[in-house]
Design a protein around this ligand. Structure first.
Ligand SMILES: [Zn+2]
Length: 334
């Protein structure tokens, strides 16, 4: 969904400027490692860079989008652009052989040839060795891009021959802005951006009815804990337990609850703080007035303890009842 150069510049300003500078100064290297976590835009930026390098009519270090080369990349059939993916656990030696074969074919378009190795940490020794000679002595003008989430997992002989392009984690405010552009409400965007730093995942969570229901139920419970333990217990039995059955669901729900109490801590420290639940700002402000940092700190600890108990397979009803008591007391009994 993020494809324009402007959007990519917002997402990865440092990397984008670095790549555009490389292009502008005609200092394009033989091999790069693009290292970035899930959702940091490595795929999108890689495609941008490939398109820029092959574009017939780039303007201000941005591909034109309309020339034959740009069109062919977008439709996935540029003869000078090849991509290799792992099959199962490894990038198989057959896949590398096929790539080298394609790359050495005569009758290709003039100019630069580019190949991309996805999940490059899955190159095994055999595949890497097969590739190494070509990496060192390519025929013609060739650029290799190795995409990975972890540069240290790439075989050293490959790693040492590449320039390292390091992607940054996406900033939360950038993500919220992107989600709002996609039609997500500010408050939902603020919440999902706490749950994941992967933009695609955040978007699908934000559109998921089940997630919206989880959010609502967690907030209902948090508000009940402000009143008294009986109301909290009631919400646990009537709303929480019927909704959250699987371990992963409960884990997420406890995280959402933790974020609510963190909001109150943040608001108590700074009324302008950025919240996970901006739609409950006035409720949080009210709660912040009637509590202490000590009590909040015990409440956060109580939620973290519940999360631990979940891992040790404690009875889920008992765990929640104990949590309600602990939240009320502001004491972190284990
Ligand atoms: Zn073009």
């Amino acid at each position: 969904m993020m494809h324009t150069a402007e959007e990519l510049l917002q997402l990865q300003p440092v990397v984008m400027k670095q790549l555009q500078m490389i292009f502008e100064k005609s200092r394009v290297g033989h091999a790069y490692i693009f290292e970035g976590g899930k959702g940091t835009g490595t795929e999108e930026v890689m495609l941008f860079f490939v398109q820029l390098l092959l574009c017939e009519n780039p303007q201000n270090n941005v591909p034109c989008e309309t020339c034959r080369s740009c069109q062919r990349i977008k439709s996935g059939n540029h003869p000078n652009f090849h991509q290799v993916y792992p099959e199962g656990q490894y990038i198989k030696v057959d896949a590398i052989e096929k790539l080298l074969n394609e790359m050495s074919k005569t009758g290709l378009e003039e100019g630069r040839k580019i190949y991309v190795i996805h999940n490059a940490e899955q190159l095994n020794v055999k595949s890497a060795n097969k590739l190494l000679k070509f990496l060192e002595e390519p025929e013609g003008v060739v650029t290799a891009i190795f995409v990975t989430q972890n540069i240290n997992a790439i075989i050293p002989t490959i790693r040492s021959r590449c320039q390292h392009i390091k992607f940054q984690e996406i900033q939360r405010n950038v993500m919220i802005k992107e989600l709002v552009v996609e039609g997500i409400t500010q408050s939902m965007a603020a919440t999902v951006s706490m749950v994941t730093s992967d933009l695609e995942e955040a978007l699908s969570l934000a559109k998921d009815d089940a997630f919206a229901q989880s959010r609502k139920t967690v907030l209902k419970l948090v508000e009940a804990t402000f009143r008294n333990v009986h109301e909290a217990m009631l919400v646990v039995h009537e709303d929480w337990l019927p909704l959250f059955k699987e371990k992963e669901q409960i884990e997420l729900a406890l995280d959402l609850m933790l974020f609510a109490f963190r909001d109150i801590v943040a608001i108590k420290a700074n009324a302008e703080a950025m919240c996970t639940y901006p739609d409950l700002l006035s409720t949080w402000k009210e709660a912040a007035l009637h509590t202490t940092f000590d009590k909040l700190s015990s409440q956060l600890q109580a939620i973290l303890n519940a999360r631990k108990q979940l891992q040790s397979n404690m009875n889920k009803t008992l765990m929640m009842e104990q949590l309600m008591l602990n939240l009320q007391e502001g004491k972190a009994f284990v």
